[in-house]
Ligand binder design. Structure first.
Ligand code: NDP
Ligand code: OXD
Length: 319
């Protein structure tokens, strides 16, 4: 029986978490963890599989025989831009834990804005006991741009909490209790949206989509008057200069940003200091490494068992 192909692991995650998750993963094959310096210059020809997240740029040159590339996350922009990407299936990570994490983050941001958390923190810092007039979730419409795996889950959970939820995507979606829009219905969707949530992949079509022109089309009829922008998708989809001016001018009332044009966010960025901005360091839905390896094992088993791979990326569309 031919020996099973090794798996290359090239993940810029927390190294200890990768090490721990590798114990017991891929029991019947060799694992070449490129974070181990002994492997770094190793010849990787003849190897079928690689699991990558922000991998070293020489990966595909060193591993010229890959049959499948697995993204360590749901997004694949970091792989599609790597030099020498081979013409083989690219599989993205779709997983319950990742989806749940993203919905937790989105729900948390919506609730912190709804419940005026920053304003109460500021009052507490002054030891000031005072209540603010409190609208409820049903007074707001959350508009989600990107109604894929993550967008649909967040939409359902926000809806359970009482928010009105609308969604926009490339193709029309049917989601119980959620009004959906597609393609050129964007302006109608925006006119209804008080809290705008970005859960789009970064593609040539979505680059810079969150800009001043788009913010100007958001609803200004909500109880807080100025709309709020929450982005858990990709920083390349937002124009940060426009977000800053919109926050300065009041075109936007507040923001929650997990992703940035340049990561890590520079220490001198104004976003860190702004009282109406929540910043998190691209952790809205970090991949659970154990779950990632188990998903890769399942996909390899499917492939080697003659079944089609799941979650294969449309490279032309970019997601
Ligand atoms: P999916 O591929 O399941 O969904 C993407 C959604 O975006 C789809 O609804 C798709 O429309 C829509 N879309 C794509 N391009 C366009 C466009 N040009 N116009 C309108 N809609 C568009 O992805 P996921 O939901 O799994 O993930 C979304 C993104 O979230 C990832 O690509 C990644 O960048 C980001 N992410 C961020 C994380 C973080 O920690 N901050 C963690 C995980 C993911 P359609 O349904 O019609 O195809
Ligand atoms: C992802 C991410 O795409 O963590 O999974 O950003």
């Amino acid at each position: 029986m031919p020996s099973k192909s090794p798996v290359i692991v090239d993940l810029k995650f927390i190294p200890e978490e990768v090490e721990a998750a590798l114990k017991g993963a891929f029991p019947d094959r060799e694992v070449i963890n490129r974070a181990d310096t002994i492997h770094y210059n190793r010849n990787l020809s003849g190897i079928d599989y690689a699991v990558v997240w922000k991998s070293a740029p020489d990966l595909f040159e060193r591993a010229p025989d890959l049959k499948v590339v697995f993204s360590g996350g749901a997004g694949v922009d970091h792989v599609l831009t790597l030099p020498g990407l081979p013409d083989v299936p690219l599989v993205r990570f779709v997983d319950r834990s990742l989806t749940t994490r993203m919905s937790e983050w989105v729900v948390m941001q919506c609730l912190m804005h709804l419940r005026q958390h920053r304003a109460y923190e500021a009052l507490a810092a002054k030891r000031e006991w005072r209540d603010l007039s409190q609208p409820e979730a049903a007074d707001f419409t959350v508009g989600i741009m990107g109604m894929g795996v993550l967008g649909q889950d967040a939409a359902r959970k926000l809806s359970v909490l009482g928010f009105n939820v609308v969604g926009w995507s490339r193709s029309k979606k049917a989601v119980d209790g959620i009004e959906t829009y597609a393609g050129d219905e964007l302006d109608t969707f925006l006119a209804r949206t008080d809290f705008l949530v970005g859960l789009l992949p970064l593609t040539p079509d979505t680059k810079g989509i969150f800009n001043a022109g788009l913010f100007a089309k958001l609803s200004r009829n909500g109880p807080f008057a100025a709309p709020i922008f929450i982005n858990g998708g990709r920083g390349g989809s937002q124009v940060e200069a426009d977000i800053l001016s919109a926050l300065d001018s009041g075109l936007l009332g507040a923001a929650s940003l997990d992703v940035f044009e340049q990561e890590p966010l520079l220490p001198e960025s104004r976003f860190w200091q702004m009282p109406n901005v929540y910043v998190t360091p691209h952790v809205a839905a970090s991949s659970d490494v154990k779950a990632l390896f188990s998903h890769v094992e399942q996909q390899i088993a499917r492939l080697e068992g003659g079944l089609p791979l799941q979650h294969v990326v449309d490279k032309l569309a970019g997601y």
